[in-house]
Ligand binder design. Structure first.
Ligand code: PMP
Length: 351
């Protein structure tokens, strides 16, 4: 190895779900929304005045932060936006986890958390979920450098009751607690109302799932004015213009159509509930998902085998060859037609 290589920041990057190149794939592997974004988004994009692109975008992203603040009954200074919630979470790790003490998160959770911790050299300790993939609150009642909880959790789909989340926040007021609510709109319960009570709580959400805008890259964080200001200070020390003008306009248009949003969520949730019945009938076991995916194991057939058979017939789901979860498949909720094709394949393959 040449000497310069000793001084490189070496990292093991996060591996995202596959974006297939082949045609006619039923893509149930990255929890995207199966329906288009609100019609107003398309209109804004079609009518976008390219002259606007000559100038830098608004570094404060005022139009979008104002619309979000209005939506949640917060002040604009309590909202931070980023290029997807991955960007928001990465900035939050950099800003808030500097005590040198270990940050706590579950052993089975969003697999980007340990990647950011390693990237920034933040020590961390994974707390094992119980056999039902539930968090044990006592695990978060010890000295730590911060806490990150996805609620509902990914990839398990399990939601922790708000009362438990609040107990954890209340017991950890000397550190920042981040609650990642990427999937909360699909029936979950948000802890945004707790922001008033706890100035150390940061709630992170995204337009990627419930607003069908994964390709646009919009995420946001909500918290006390103080927390958000610290986050902005770091962001403006990193890159002022992360969110482009077209994305800002699309985000505002999405928020403007509440009826479409509700209708879309109801459709996904109805299909998820139907999928639970079908998968149970086919011999799968799973927890009570409150997300747009189901994390399921088959009673007799190994997940790896089903995963490969599905893939060979162009149905993509997600599988991790990792301890404790190697026998599970994470199946995103698609359209009713896509799910019917999945069930038909499984019916024939498993019986
Ligand atoms: N948090 C969780 C729990 C997720 O599953 C994802 C999606 N991979 C994200 C955050 C990031 O989503 P995005 O960057 O698209 O907002």
């Amino acid at each position: 190895m040449k000497n310069w290589e000793n001084h490189v920041r070496k990292v093991v990057p996060y591996v995202a779900g596959e974006q297939p190149k082949e045609q006619d794939v039923i893509k149930l592997n990255t929890n995207e929304n199966p329906y288009p974004p609100a019609p107003g988004v398309e209109k804004v994009i079609q009518n976008f005045d390219c002259e606007v692109l000559r100038k830098y975008p608004d570094p404060d992203v005022s139009a979008l932060t104002s619309a979000l603040a209005k939506q949640y009954g917060l002040d604009r200074g309590q909202v931070f936006v980023g290029v997807g919630s991955d960007d928001v979470l990465a900035m939050s790790f950099l800003t808030f986890f500097n005590s040198g003490k270990p940050v706590l998160f579950p052993d089975i959770t969003y697999s980007f958390y340990d990647v950011w911790a390693d990237l920034y050299r933040i020590p961390y300790e994974c707390q094992p979920l119980d056999e039902d993939f539930c968090i044990k609150k006592e695990d978060y009642m010890k000295p730590n450098g911060g806490i990150v909880l996805a609620n509902p959790n990914a990839p398990t789909g399990v939601m922790t009751e708000l009362a438990v989340i609040e107990e954890i926040i209340a017991a950890n007021q000397d550190v920042v607690v981040i609650v990642d609510e990427a999937y909360v709109d699909f029936d979950g319960r948000s802890c945004v109302p707790l922001i008033e009570k706890y100035d150390n709580l940061l709630v992170v959400q995204t337009f990627s799932k419930s607003r069908a805008l994964a390709g646009m890259r919009i995420g946001y964080a909500m918290g006390s004015q103080k927390l958000i200001q610290y986050l902005k200070d770091v962001k403006f020390s990193f890159n002022s213009y992360t969110m482009n003008a077209l994305t800002i306009a699309a985000g505002v248009a999405s928020l403007a159509d509440e009826a479409y949003f509700r209708q879309n969520l109801a459709k996904v949730v109805a299909t998820r509930e139907r999928a639970k019945k079908e998968l149970a009938r086919l011999g799968f076991v799973f927890g009570d998902s409150k997300t747009n995916f189901i994390f399921a194991a088959h009673k007799t057939v190994p997940a790896q085998e089903i995963f490969e058979a599905l893939r060979a017939s162009k149905i993509y789901v997600r599988h991790w060859n990792k301890p404790r979860i190697a026998n599970y498949l994470r199946i995103s909720v698609g359209t009713d037609e896509e799910m019917d094709r999945l069930f038909a394949f499984l019916e024939q393959y498993l019986t």
